[in-house]
Design a protein around this ligand. Structure first.
Ligand code: ZN
Length: 282
């Protein structure tokens, strides 16, 4: 999927705090906030409350020479630079949902994506790259460390590619849409039929719906078959059964929080083939 070179990007939809590194001790687990707040992440992984109860220690420094997304002005920039590509996806995703929810009598509110490196402070606690991308309903922001996209290939065995990234970003915005529609749940129960799995599959479906309509936003050309294949490949890579097999060698459906590889592919496909978010009812 390529951006239209002349598309005008709005970099203000991405808060770039990369390179603001915390020096000194890193993370102090157990200190500071003891809030247990729902975050909606992309994948099954470390216990998010363990991470969120930790706080960065030491001092924060900013590299004055770092590139920022403020330079991301056009689709041509998005075709050249990964951070600008994320700006382009965020803009196109939010444009789609603004228009689509208006048709259904709902008002979409813009949610920024925070691009960070390693750790940053989120409204839900401390965001750490280990958690993978997530949506924080408290501040209504998506948190993303670009290093995750390398991990998606090296740790989760995905093929990667730009459209794997689009799938991930659109999934997180799916949670923001759920939040706006008042259907975001903090039910923590697990298992293939649990509310948390259904909620994650719905976010995958919303990602597919956006993909179907992505070109209509004016930012992007229509996705190719190869783009769809890389989205499906990424969706499978973050399937609970795949992650469980990778980390413990066995599959335990009762612990699923996001759904199996097959379920995640199925619901992305439902969204993409219908292009209708009201059909996203796992
Ligand atoms: Zn999710």
């Amino acid at each position: 999927m390529s951006f239209n070179d002349n598309a005008k990007l709005d970099p203000s939809q991405v808060e770039d705090v990369r390179g603001r590194r915390v020096g000194g001790g890193g993370l102090a687990v157990g200190g500071g906030l003891t809030l247990v707040i729902l975050v909606v992440s992309l994948l099954l992984g470390v216990d998010p409350t363990a991470i969120l109860n930790s706080v960065p220690t030491g001092t924060t420094t900013t590299d004055p020479n770092a590139q920022t997304v403020a330079d991301c002005k056009t689709g041509a920039d998005a075709n050249k630079r990964e951070d600008c590509r994320i700006v382009g996806y965020v803009d196109a995703i939010q444009q789609y949902w603004t228009d689509e929810l208006a048709k259904h009598g709902s008002q979409y509110t813009l949610a920024p994506t925070v691009l960070y490196t390693d750790v940053t402070q989120a409204g839900c606690g401390t965001a750490s790259a280990e958690m993978g991308p997530f949506y924080c309903p408290v501040d209504g922001k998506v948190y993303l460390d670009l290093a995750f996209f390398t991990e998606l290939q090296t740790r989760f065995g995905a093929q990667g590619g730009p459209f794997a990234e689009a799938y991930v970003v659109a999934h997180e915005y799916g949670h923001h849409v759920q939040d706006i529609l008042g259907i975001l749940s903090n039910d923590q129960r697990t298992g293939p039929q649990s509310i948390s799995v259904k909620q994650e599959l719905q976010a995958d479906c919303f990602s597919g719906v956006w993909t179907k309509h992505a070109a209509e936003t004016g930012y992007l050309q229509a996705p190719t078959d190869a783009d769809i294949a890389s989205a499906l490949d990424a969706a499978a890579a973050v399937g609970d059964d795949r992650i469980q097999k990778e980390t413990s060698g066995k599959v335990a459906p009762e612990a699923w929080t996001h759904g199996s590889a097959a379920q995640r592919q199925q619901w992305f496909t439902t969204g993409y083939s219908t292009g209708d978010y009201t059909r996203c009812t796992p």
